[in-house]
Ligand binder design. Sequence first.
Ligand SMILES: *Cc1c(COP(=O)(O)O)cnc(C)c1O
Length: 232
Amino acid sequence: MTDFAQHLQAVHERMAAAARNAGRDPHSVALLAVSKTFPAEDVRAAHAAGQRAFGENYVQESVDKIEALDDLRASLEWHFIGPLQSNKTRLVAERFDWVHSVDRLKIAERLSAQRPAGMAPLNVCLQVNVSGEASKSGVTTQEAPEVARAIAALPRLRLRGLMSIPEPQDTLEAQRAPHRELRALFDALNAQGFALDTLSMGMSADLEAAVLEGATIVRVGTAIFGARDYAH
Ligand SMILES: *Cc1c(COP(=O)(O)O)cnc(C)c1O
């Protein structure tokens, strides 16, 4: 087995164990492999090991990677998960299947306007700044219903759910608290009539906590590809 296949299997085992502990079906949690800073050939190797969904943070890096992997396009799903500036939305709208990091209405409006007519609507998550958020982006839980309503009305987007990036914590209990907060917001929005099916939360260090609190997509980089080297 290749390293990637081994790492992917280990991550799937962690996800399944957490799902069982939560009384959830292991198939209700999907793995997004976060390939930022890693070359296209690593994505190709992970794809050969069965992985289909990949997450990217940097627009130019991902555009080059998607192009280099064009021969696999039909069996790859690309998710943009990084900070998105308005002057870069077109590149993302034209190339990605999902955007998890929609953190303001203006970005959503641009993505909808720029999504090509021949493509399926772009799947999006609203990024929420839960307590102890690592990045300072994202709407507050108070703002979320109004922004979500406006996004859900945009013609070329499909609002799928919520995403967050909490501050790293050492204990399982501390890791669970912000995930529980996002889950509560998710339930409240669905009670108000939204039909959200996606909770994008949990990374290499806290995926168990996220699955215990209801994550449907965990975003895992380091545990699959190894430590990132930002010097390159
Ligand atoms: C880099 C990144 C991840 C993956 O983090 P790891 O700790 O390497 O698993 C997940 N989500 C977002 C938004 C990221 O930027």
